[in-house]
Design a protein around this ligand. Sequence first.
Ligand code: DAT
Ligand code: MG
Length: 151
Amino acid sequence: AEMERTFIAIKPDGVQRGLIAEIISRFERKGFKLVAIKIVVPSKGFAQKHYYDLKERPFFNGLCNFLSSGPAVAMVWEGEGVIKYGRKLIGATDPQKSEPGTIRGDLAVVVGRNIIHGSDGPETAKDEINLWLKPEELTSYSNNAEKWIYG
Ligand code: DAT
Ligand code: MG
């Protein structure tokens, strides 16, 4: 299998609303493998780095204040197609447009409080994993279910 890794974060609203287990469960049940996880309060400066590409947008400051407003859960998930399919599990950026069955579609209402982040491509996945996690925080292991997930 062509394994890849993506960065997923449960934002402070998802943590405060008690949705950590619900969100992890959706990735885990799918068959993706959790290879790193930690809970952290991002500083404002760290949030600005994470969302650097959006620095010209009018909502940038509010977005960075929000991301740094409390603990977030930072994770790395591994699996075949996990970057693209992870975005599918998450749903559209605006929860009003996310399909039912997706994380944002089922669990969020407005774009400013959409509970979860996921890398949007291989380059951002690499950058975000490096930004949020130290190399020694990443694990590499085989899971006995893999032969049943991938054949
Ligand atoms: P995504 O999180 O789906 O990758 P994005 O990278 O375009 O979306 O934007 C990052 C976050 O910024 C998004 O999760 C919520 C916030 N955001 C995006 N568009 C917004 C808007 N029009 N108003 C307020 N917040 C917005
Ligand atoms: Mg994005």
